[in-house]
Design a protein around this ligand. Structure first.
Ligand SMILES: O=C(CO)[C@H](O)[C@H](O)COP(=O)(O)O
Length: 278
């Protein structure tokens, strides 16, 4: 996979660098989103991402529809949030049953490693995101450069795992067992309050209020002090083998390209140019 997915800038990088100078993180997210939306064509089936960066893409698509520059697109939302926002923007919605192949998905990420592997799902939408983006011909990730890491899972940022509520405490112990002996490993059930995390080993199942996903599941956050080491695909396989685990937030090999907005310009990466700009 190579140049077909490299985006051709509509403006020179120098001009873009000037525009980006002095911009806030949200401005950078918007710049990345606008570049991704340049790939959208009339008639496409679009995967609609979730989060503050994806919101900029949704807004831009809405503007293009309103101005008549885009026609006949349909969107598959990756969350209830995206569905509501797209509906408010008059983006016609569909689903994977009607459209099992998605032309283009555009979404943010929490972290991106040099191999274009991602951590996603801090908004709790990882399952639908992975289903829609995994069904996409192209999955374009939009980030500001704070999301770039040399290794997934470090810097206090968890890898979320979606689990079935039934017997969640047992599932959590199985997750603990999987990483027993891993230095700096910790895990917590994600609670409804965004700022508080319940320690699953010290509180009873009935006493905590878990965060509930769009699919009515819970999230267990996995923390690796120094990032996640080893064969990520093997770790993914091990996680998915645990009964009660539905999905996890490592998106391995799914991103076609990543658009990174930095203060000094925009870096476009695809699978062959993966070290560009890191
Ligand atoms: O995976 C996601 C939601 O489940 C988001 O794309 C990710 O959390 C990035 O969010 P933001 O664009 O707000 O920084």
């Amino acid at each position: 996979m190579g140049s077909p997915f490299l985006l051709q800038p509509s403006r020179s990088l120098t001009e873009e660098a000037m525009a980006a100078a002095g911009q806030s993180q949200d401005d950078l997210k918007r710049i990345a989103a606008l570049r991704a939306v340049e790939l959208v064509r009339s008639g496409m089936v679009l995967g609609l991402g979730t989060g503050s960066t994806a919101a900029h893409a949704l807004d831009r698509i809405c503007d293009l529809l309103r101005g008549g520059d885009l026609r006949d697109i349909v969107g598959i939302p990756t969350s209830e949030w995206a569905a509501a926002r797209a509906a408010a923007a008059n983006i016609p919605l569909t689903d994977l049953a009607a459209h099992p192949v998605v032309d283009l998905s555009i979404d943010g990420a929490d972290k991106v490693d040099p191999a274009l592997n991602l951590v996603k799902g801090r908004g709790g939408s990882l399952l639908r995101e992975k289903m829609v983006e995994g069904a996409s011909r192209r999955f374009v990730v939009i980030v500001d450069d704070s999301k770039l890491v040399s290794r997934l899972g470090g810097s206090g940022l968890a890898i979320p795992v979606e689990v079935i509520p039934f017997g969640w405490a047992l599932t959590l112990r199985r997750l603990q067992n999987l990483f027993d002996g891993t230095p700096g490993f910790n895990l917590k059930l994600c609670t409804a309050s965004i700022n508080t995390k319940a320690s699953a080993f010290t509180e009873k199942e009935s006493e905590i209020e878990p965060f509930v996903t769009d699919n009515k599941n819970y999230i267990v956050d996995l923390f690796f002090e120094d990032g996640i080491h080893g064969d990520l695909q093997a770790i993914s396989d091990d996680l998915l083998r645990i009964i009660g685990v539905v999905e996890h937030g490592m998106f391995l090999g799914l991103a076609t390209s990543v658009i990174v907005a930095r203060k000094d310009g925009v870096v476009l990466m695809d699978k062959e140019a993966k070290s560009n700009g890191f």
